[in-house]
Design a protein around this ligand. Structure first.
Ligand code: 2M8
Length: 423
């Protein structure tokens, strides 16, 4: 447990970070490394802002949704202002949008955040929330149409960045089918700002850029992408987060008297509920990544596997399997939840998404655990998160082995999760 004095200091620091990262209407994930608006960062950060400024929290979501494409996609980065320090910038993406954006999306946590805000903030939110629900409905429909055109009940990602878990070992095999021979040379900016050992490697970036090139060459046409993108993968985190978001959208649509949206979201939710089972692995006793292009499962567990509880509902036998594996991981390391199986050879406790703990993933996992009655495990994860922040500050992520912080400093979603949940 953290003592009250330290808690109060961390509260102040967290609010200070969120205010310092505020660009008037949106919040950057961290200065320097990520100088624009990122999709799921912004939505999760709104939860923290809501603890001291309700109006500003709503603005965060409104600003993000204002960059929605005509086809319904809400992009993963919005380049609201010119800034040289990030690669790849608007010139690489060539999305043709105003404001310039990337050409892909990110995990759709926004509906879940809107539901949390609408239920926790005082007042009648109808006028503010209704346009958001229309936008969220269009975005979720885009997922169904563009990323699951065959209607099999799982949505695909076309780029590791779309998952938000950039260099997860799960992508290594699917990326091996991506031709990088036309990528050429480029200058990474991230490794000028943070230690190389904490970032994806150059060969990862070659593959990331090959996929950006692919999208750009087909002008981000969703049909071409679904039919021919060499990276086409279904993974449990994206699918669980979308399931959760659809459930929250149904609840919001009923609350705010939008029956058509409730009907569409209910139908999409049913499809996703059935499809999720395709990601189950008997070998791993958990949900795993499925390479849809090559019909090949990766039988390794990741922090995304536990999100089935958040996407839920989960059946009893599978839930029990999750609890026992989670505790087995916990005995192996010092802080939950590592982003990748600590027993696997590819585990790396400090290299970004190949092992480190992320506060906002912890919040989602803990939420799912609590909803399935495992308040003890939810509390363990909250306590671990608080201990990491108290030990290493508001870093982008943390080593599950040493508790050392990694990546960017003064990070918005870590500060937000502290204020909203872990403190
Ligand atoms: C990381 O991803 C960006 C690309 O989107 C990058 O490394 O340049 C990921 O951790 C992602 O989940 C996150 O949204 C983003 C900003 O925090 O950084």
């Amino acid at each position: 447990m953290i003592d009250p004095e330290t808690t109060a200091q961390l509260d102040d620091e967290a609010r200070h970070i969120l205010r310092a990262n505020d660009k008037e209407g949106y919040t950057v994930p961290t200065k320097g490394l990520y100088p624009f608006q990122w999709n799921w960062d912004s939505a999760l950060t709104a939860l923290g802002i809501a603890t001291y400024d309700a109006n500003r929290a709503w603005q965060e979501i409104e600003k993000l949704l204002s960059a929605q494409w005509d086809n319904g996609m809400v992009p993963h980065i919005v380049f609201w202002q010119h800034e040289e320090g990030y690669f790849p910038g608007p010139g690489e993406w060539q999305s043709g949008q105003t404001p310039p954006t990337s050409g892909i999306t990110q995990p759709p946590v926004a509906a879940t955040v809107v539901r949390q805000l609408a239920s926790s903030l005082p007042g009648d939110h109808g006028a503010r929330v209704t346009p958001m629900l229309h936008a969220l409905d269009r975005w979720h429909q885009w997922f169904a149409d563009a990323r699951d055109p065959d209607g099999r009940g799982v949505v695909a990602i076309m780029h590791p960045w779309e998952s938000g878990r950039d260099n997860l070992p799960d992508w290594d095999e699917p990326l091996s089918h991506v031709d990088t021979s036309t990528v050429g040379t480029f200058l990474r900016r991230d490794t000028q700002i943070v230690n190389e050992a904490e970032r994806p490697q150059n060969h990862d970036y070659d593959h990331y850029m090959a996929l950006v090139q692919f999208g750009r060459n087909c002008q981000w046409d969703v049909k071409t992408i679904a039919e021919t993108c060499p990276f086409w993968v279904a993974e449990p985190a994206m699918n669980a987060i979308l399931r959760r978001a659809e459930r929250d959208l149904v609840a919001l649509a009923l609350q705010f008297n939008l029956p058509e949206i409730a009907r569409r979201a209910t139908a999409r939710l049913a499809r996703l509920g059935q499809g999720f089972n395709q990601l189950w692995s008997d070998d791993a006793q958990g949900y795993v990544t499925l390479n849809l292009r090559h019909d090949k499962k990766d039988n390794r567990l990741t922090s995304g596997s536990w999100l089935s509880l958040y996407g839920g509902p989960e059946n009893d036998n599978r839930a029990k399997a999750h609890y026992s594996t989670l505790m087995e991981w916990r005995r192996k390391i010092s802080f939950t939840v590592p982003s990748f199986d600590p027993n696997d050879a590819a585990f790396d406790d400090i290299r970004y998404w190949r092992g480190p703990v992320w506060a906002m993933i912890n919040w989602m996992i803990a939420t799912g655990l609590a909803e399935h009655g495992r308040h003890d495990l939810a509390e363990m994860i909250a306590n671990d998160t608080a201990a990491l922040i108290a030990k290493s500050g508001f870093r982008e992520y943390f080593s599950p082995v040493t508790g050392q912080g990694g990546g960017g400093k003064d990070f918005s979603w870590t500060a937000a999760m502290w204020l909203y949940w872990a403190s």
